[in-house]
Design a binder for this molecule. Structure first.
Ligand code: UD1
Ligand code: CA
Length: 458
């Protein structure tokens, strides 16, 4: 016997008004459905079933599970209600398995809550996750008898006026054993206001059989809120961000304004990191001790060593920085950039697929691409590596302690050997030898008998 989540993800999500299947809309950088899969994974589940319909293959392509969890897919070709949807996912469920019904559009559910729901099944035949809301409209109401025992879940559209006043609602998440669920699902009928097979009718069936129904209360209504439109999506995005930023702060990060930091991936940080306002972290971000990130920076898939300072409005993507580097303001590091320790990259500099050696400086207005640079190099303002001949990319090699004068072009493939100095404004097309001054520009001339033209009189 095992615990098997059945995740419902077949609905079209009409109210999203989107070409993208609802469960694939991103929240905190990953699809809604992926959050639910990850929560199942975190609760130690080894197999989950996803009931899919709309956007079939696209949904299957867009999500994945860790190696520790197997994903099975069950097609619900036509959406005939939540009970019908769960029935489609039951094919591989054994009688003594415990089923946990979850939802692909309820992204903030926590693994602890799923575990609590499964535990709540001990001593009962059906356990329902409920929550209290101030406005219960649209939800199924939890109906209890005088002893407080659950007798039914009544959908809004089927509810009378007194029932509609009940503020304890059905989150939709339930736990039940395979054999019971199969029996109840087979007996569902669509004789209700929506003409659907309601999963919630299982409660009434269990009660009719004299079986105990239990509930687990979820204290945080946002955790079990589903996404039906983009307003709800935005609200849950804020909540997801709030959770992550709180975690970061508790781990030792100073955040200038918790409402103005967005993390859309995994972030791990050392101690005493400072993140200024409007920083966006995406993908896999690792920040060492005492790293500071200035306002408006966007960091994607980067590893930044201790004591680095990323100044305002810099964009780093796929870069690795050793300790003590300075970057920006207004710098752009593109994929496969490596800055070795204490390197400096200044304003309006773009670097792509290049290694900048220890202590080397590219401080102003330069493009460095496809380059291997040694240590202690100084690149003057406006230097360009001409790495592309229109067809192929070529490598530029710059040795240790080279000095490149401002506004030079290095036409790759080309090598500037160690300790070489390039005069400002040079176009270098051949090897510049070690330790020498190389210049490649027209000599300056002055025309002594030249006269300024004057305006012709008519
Ligand atoms: C359902 C519950 C209601 C609960 C509410 C919580 C039922 C009958 N009602 O109502 O008690 O308060 O959720 O949000 O269960 N889905 C499918 N296939 C279907 C139908 C639905 O995959 O045939 C999926 C939808 O994509 C959605 C989820 O199940 O993610 C819930 O379906 P929805 O129609 O939104 O249920 P509600 O009417 O909101
Ligand atoms: Ca419905």
């Amino acid at each position: 016997m095992s615990l098997i989540p059945i995740i419902l993800a077949a609905g079209q999500g009409t109210r999203m008004r989107s070409a993208l299947p609802k469960v694939l809309h991103p929240l905190a950088g990953k699809p809604l459905l992926q959050h639910v899969i990850d929560a199942c994974c975190a609760s130690g589940v080894t197999r989950a079933v996803i009931v899919y319909g709309h956007g079939g293959e696209q949904v299957q392509q867009a999500v994945h599970a860790d190696a520790s969890m197997q994903l099975d897919w069950a097609l619900q070709a036509e959406q005939k209600g939540t009970g019908h949807a769960v029935a489609q996912g039951m094919a591989t469920v054994a009688d003594d398995d415990t089923v946990l019904v979850a939802y692909g559009d309820v992204p903030l559910v926590r693994s602890q809550t799923l575990e609590a729901l499964a535990q709540g099944l001990e001593g009962s035949a059906l356990c329902v996750l409920t929550t209290m809301v101030t406005d219960p409209s649209g939800y199924g109401r939890i109906v209890r008898d005088a002893q407080g025992r659950v007798t039914a879940i009544v959908e809004e559209k089927d509810a009378d006026a007194p029932t509609r006043l009940i503020r304890e609602i059905n989150t939709g998440f339930i736990a039940a054993r395979g054999a019971d669920l199969k029996r109840w699902l087979a007996r569902l009928s669509p004789q209700n206001a929506q003409g659907e097979y309601y999963l919630t009718d299982c409660v009434g069936l269990a009660v009719a059989e004299g079986l105990p129904v239990s509930t687990v209360a979820c204290a945080d209504a946002l955790e079990v809120e589903g996404v039906n439109n983009r307003l709800q999506l935005a609200r849950l995005e804020r909540e997801a961000q709030r959770r992550q930023v709180e975690r970061l702060m508790l781990e030792g990060v100073t955040v200038a304004d918790p409402a103005r930091l967005d993390a859309r991936g995994s972030v791990s940080t050392g101690q005493d990191v400072f993140l200024d306002v409007n920083v966006v972290l995406t993908g896999h971000v690792v920040l060492g001790n005492r790293v500071t990130v200035g306002p408006g920076c966007v960091l994607t898939d980067v590893e930044i060593g201790d004591d680095c300072h990323i100044h305002a409005h810099s964009v780093l993507d796929g870069a690795r920085l050793g300790a003590g580097c300075h970057v920006g303001p207004f710098a752009r590091l593109r994929p496969d950039t490596v800055l070795e320790e204490t390197a400096r990259v200044g304003n309006f500099v773009e670097i792509k697929k290049a290694r900048i050696g220890r202590g080397s400086k590219v401080n102003h207005l330069s493009y460095i691409g496809d380059t291997e640079m040694g240590t202690g190099v100084n690149i003057g303002a406006g230097t360009i590596t001409c790495n592309y001949d229109g067809v192929n990319k070529h490598l530029t090699r710059i040795g240790d302690r080279v000095f490149i004068g401002s506004c030079s072009q290095l036409v790759a493939p080309v090598t500037v050997e160690e300790d070489a100095v390039i005069g400002a404004g040079s176009t270098i097309t051949r090897t510049a030898p070690a330790g020498r001054l190389t210049l490649a520009r027209a000599r300056q001339v002055t025309i002594n008998d030249w006269q300024r033209p004057v305006k012709e009189k008519k």
